[in-house]
Design a protein around this ligand. Structure first.
Ligand SMILES: Nc1ncnc2c1ncn2[C@@H]1O[C@H](COP(=O)(O)OP(=O)(O)OP(=O)(O)O)[C@@H](O)[C@H]1O
Length: 312
């Protein structure tokens, strides 16, 4: 149900000087879900996250946070959102407590609750002993924790983290991953990365972007569901395939070959054979294959032209 989603974006689109950087992106985030936004450099992840966070105007599309429209009620909507941008907005000359106090004020945490809110955010982010330390004297991993703490100090429903593990060493990386996993107990989380293993380690659901569009949106455990590849004598549209019951995505491999991703739990092979016969598509080949997420990421994001893929 729509109201069950903590965040819902529909048709998000952004043009930069006539170039479409993000094109018709739909994202829905359930309570407690960790959604991984994955894509190669330049895919449109940061642009999408900035539109979700309300720091970049949309060219088209809508964002709803905990039922509040971001364009119509920006203040109420943003109360439900915490955001860590690609470049953490931390101030090296402030102590951790000074900075978190400043952020709590910005997020309109009532004065009487601020001390408790700061202590809770520090505890959640493993910063218990750092309250009086200057941020500029902390390691990069701890500065990143401070960046996450500022995103949760007002207890938002949704936390958006743009590349939170970029540039961390393996130990810092493990710490931040554990922190992100803990966040889902109290928040719904969107985390972006261009590194597949990062998303696999943290997220329960993956959305892959390529050239401004979503080319895959699936629960992580189900990415090994059998994918069906068909070759047809006739040329058909993606819509005619995604319009079939049980077909979640259709990706054109060339003019006559398609890769069809079934909806979770659906075996679409017999249905596809019957439909192709009934509609005179001339089914030349039909095969089922299981692909790893890595193989699918490579296939979906290696084409130069935008893949002709449509979500059902
Ligand atoms: N301010 C801007 N002006 C013009 N073009 C921009 C601007 N910001 C981003 N772009 C372009 O929009 C596209 C998407 O960029 P974006 O930063 O959203 O991608 P990304 O997936 O976050 O990449 P990365 O992983 O490298 O950060 C790219 O082609 C980029 O060059």
């Amino acid at each position: 149900m729509e109201s069950d989603f903590k965040l819902r974006a529909q048709g998000l689109t952004r043009d930069y000087a006539g170039t479409r950087a993000v094109d018709g992106v739909d994202i829905a985030l359930a309570p407690g879900e960790i959604l991984g936004l994955l894509g190669p450099n330049g895919a449109g992840k940061t642009t999408t996250l900035r539109m979700l966070a309300g720091t970049l105007a949309v060219t088209a599309g809508t964002v709803t946070l905990a039922g509040h429209d971001l364009a119509g009620e920006p203040q109420r909507a943003k109360q439900h959102l915490g955001y860590l941008p690609e470049r953490p907005p931390v101030h090296p000359e402030l102590t951790v407590d000074e900075y978190l106090g400043f952020c709590a004020r910005l997020h309109a945490v009532p004065r009487r609750q601020r001390r408790e809110a700061i202590a809770a955010a520090r505890a959640d982010c493993g910063l218990e002993d750092t309250g009086r330390r200057l941020i500029g004297h902390l390691s990069k991993g701890y500065q990143q924790r401070v960046g996450i703490a500022q995103a949760i100090v007002h207890r938002p429903d949704v936390v958006i983290l743009d590349e939170p593990t970029a540039g961390l060493d393996p130990n810092q990386l493990r710490g931040i991953r554990e922190l992100i996993a803990r966040l889902s107990r109290a928040h719904s989380v969107i985390i972006s990365s261009h590194i597949l293993s990062e998303i696999q380690a943290t997220a329960a659901r993956v959305v892959i972007m390529h050239q401004g569009r979503i080319v895959m949106d699936e629960p992580l455990g189900e990415t090994a569901a059998p994918v069906v590849e068909i070759a047809l004598r006739e040329a058909v549209t993606a819509d005619s395939l995604t319009g079939l019951d049980g077909v979640a995505h259709a990706t054109a491999l060339d003019d006559h070959r398609w890769q069809l991703t079934p909806a979770p739990g659906c075996d679409i092979r017999a249905m596809i054979a019957e439909t192709a016969a009934g509609r005179g598509w001339g089914l030349l080949e039909l095969g089922a294959a299981r692909y790893s997420l890595e193989e699918r990421f490579a296939a979906l994001t290696s084409r130069d032209a935008p893949p002709r893929e449509a979500a059902a």
